[in-house]
Write a protein that binds this ligand. Structure first.
Ligand code: SF4
Ligand code: SF4
Length: 454
């Protein structure tokens, strides 16, 4: 590691890093009492055994920047970059330190006041400012990846000796490839009449948030979500004007693009005046609920009605759990099955939703839910972390796959692992494919819809 100072004297707004942090409602950092109770819950601390790679260490570094006692160095930036943003430290913290919010704000200020390397800058431009903001580009990429999958090359690379001659990271990326639909779900269904199933008691009218990558891949997740909502009594609308939630941008410090995306989504859902806005991606719902953090008091967007959107955001599993009577009355398959459950960090740690999804899956007739050992630990996906920090992400994933193997050995009848966030789904599925474990990985909504009869 190097201690080269990388802070520009002034950020784009003409302010120093300390001034920017002080203008970002950053004083929550003072609530950390340095007790260290969060350390043993931090995946990067567990892997690297270094205080600077722990929540307490990172908070100390952020505090140093905030107080003006530290200059921004490569070492500090590296430590903050290596944080997964999993927020397991928040769950462990008795003082209620809002670590995720502080990290995102610090990354935003660092992004504004430091220069980036060529790879980082290219990734940011191509992925964050280009691909994830454009439905056309996402649909095109999805079509191309679908064609690529049809050539059979990914399977050839992963299932034959050919993979041994190729870089390991490239082979792993073949496992990571999503199931691309080649078209945008929101464009396909924007004008559909998705009314509640006839005969059900009306529960209201909801908007479906479709996301960016999920809008053009894993179509079964959105299809299953719509089917479940209609089955219990909701009318569903899929607004075409919505876009990426901006979580990937926020996690990597690009708060300016994230603000644009927040405004796009606020308008897209506000104009319909839905009873609720349903998501099936834990990372997206956590971000949609936190939009107000993006706008400090000094920002013109601060006074917009962010609460109007965030108060309506609900994860599909949480919503189904609110209607036990309607869920029980549905016609479910009765055959026996054993399912493993993995808790997405942004559902469990960021939104504190954990017991309800587990109880919901476990309540299905014939289904036994087995908690995965260390289900609450990050899988290493963390947005595009697995692309930017492949080595550390690989170590974190290895631990997750070891847990899956151990749980599977104790429960050999398990057929399926369910997890409610696309990043986790891609990452854990890739790890399971690589390890050749006899388990499929799907979204819980897909699992529920599979068990639904009629
Ligand atoms: S973040 Fe919370 S748990 Fe961790 S050291 Fe600070 S006060 Fe203690
Ligand atoms: S967010 Fe996760 S990786 Fe980052 S400090 Fe907290 S526990 Fe560690």
């Amino acid at each position: 590691m190097t201690t080269t100072t990388i802070q520009k004297p002034l950020g784009n707004s003409g302010q120093t890093i300390q001034q920017l942090l002080r203008g970002t409602d950053f004083d929550n950092i003072l609530t950390c009492v340095h007790c260290g109770l969060c350390l043993d819950n931090c995946p990067t601390y567990r892997e690297l055994h270094d205080e600077k790679e722990s929540p307490r260490g990172r908070l100390y570094l952020m505090r140093g920047l905030y107080d003006g006692e530290l200059d921004l160095t490569e070492e500090i930036k590296g430590s903050l970059d290596r944080c997964l943003g999993c927020r397991a430290c928040e769950t462990a913290c008795p003082s209620g330190v809002p670590y995720g919010e502080l990290l995102e704000k610090a990354r935003g200020v660092i992004h504004e006041t430091s220069s980036q390397g060529v790879i980082e800058q290219t990734l940011r431009t191509v992925l964050l400012k280009g691909l994830f903001r454009s439905t056309f580009l996402l649909s095109t990429a999805s079509k191309l990846l679908k064609l690529y999958a049809l050539t059979g090359l990914p399977k050839l690379i992963t299932n034959t000796a050919l993979g041994k001659f190729l870089p390991k990271s490239f082979v792993f990326q073949q496992h990571l490839l999503p199931d691309c639909s080649g078209r945008s779900f929101k464009q396909q269904h924007a004008h559909d009449d998705l009314q509640a199933v006839a005969g059900t008691k009306s529960l209201g009218r909801v908007g479906l948030f479709t996301g960016c990558v999920m809008d053009v891949s894993e179509a079964a997740v959105h299809e299953s979500t719509v089917r479940l909502l209609r089955a219990i009594g909701y009318d569903v609308v899929v607004p075409e004007e919505q876009g990426c939630c901006g979580a990937l941008h926020v996690h990597s410090g690009d708060r300016i693009t994230a603000r644009e995306l927040a405004e796009t989504n606020r308008q897209a859902f506000a104009e319909h005046n839905f009873d609720l806005v349903v998501t099936n991606a834990a990372g997206c719902s956590a971000q949609l609920k936190d939009y107000h953090h993006l706008f400090p008091k000094s920002d013109p967007g601060h006074n917009k009605d962010w609460k109007g959107l965030s108060s309506k955001i609900v994860d599909i599993l949480e919503l189904l759990s609110r209607h036990p009577e309607e869920v029980t009355q549905l016609s479910w398959r009765q055959d026996e099955d054993v399912v493993l459950y993995d808790a997405p960090c942004h559902l469990m740690h960021a939104q504190k939703i954990d017991a309800n999804p587990r109880q919901l899956v476990n309540s299905l007739p014939g289904v036994q839910l087995v908690p995965l050992t260390e289900s609450n630990w990050c899988c290493g996906s963390a947005g595009i972390y697995n692309l930017l920090q492949p080595e550390l992400a690989g170590d974190v994933l290895k631990r997750k796959i070891d847990s899956v193997r151990e749980t599977l050995e104790a429960n050999p009848k398990a057929t399926t692992l369910v997890t409610g966030n696309p990043g986790c789904l891609y990452q854990i599925r890739a790890g399971i494919r690589e390890a050749k474990l006899p388990l499929r990985v799907i979204h819980p909504a897909v699992y529920l819809a599979e068990r639904l009869q009629g």
